[in-house]
Design a binder for this molecule. Structure first.
Ligand code: FES
Length: 129
């Protein structure tokens, strides 16, 4: 049996970023066919004072395991305030490290977060064209 870190349990029990953004600029949806978990990620983009596009807000709706919910919430915290280019570099390892580690068997849950963010950014970039 594996154990979750305190950080994982904090983000699982008290997630701050659950919800949906009305008129989101980008939406990323990913699912894992093996476990059946699904994650929707909503992002709002704004320009900062330097004229760079930054991720102003992130919300998520996750139907998934403890790790998937903690990953979603941590990912939202990590992505907020980042430029698009910085956000694209948020890897599943970075999310897992911020959560003070994930059990090996839960590795795919962190991949779901990374993919959802990249999909939401792709969706935004596609709509912008
Ligand atoms: S068990 Fe599938 S996302 Fe966690």
């Amino acid at each position: 049996m594996f154990q979750y870190s305190k950080e994982v349990m904090k983000h699982f029990l008290h997630p701050k970023n659950v919800g949906e953004i009305k008129n989101a600029d980008g939406i990323g949806k990913v699912g894992n066919p093996v476990c059946g978990d699904v994650l929707w990620l909503y992002i709002k983009i704004e320009k900062n004072k330097k004229g760079e596009e930054i991720i102003k807000d992130v919300k998520f709706k996750t139907l998934g395991c403890t790790a998937a919910i903690a990953v979603s919430d941590m990912l939202a915290d990590l992505a907020k305030g980042k430029t698009i280019e910085e956000a694209k570099k948020i890897t599943n390892k970075r999310i897992a490290d911020a959560l003070k580690g994930l059990p090996k068997i839960k590795h795919h849950c962190s991949l779901l977060g990374e993919e959802a963010l990249l999909n939401a950014i792709k969706d935004y970039e596609k709509k912008k064209k």
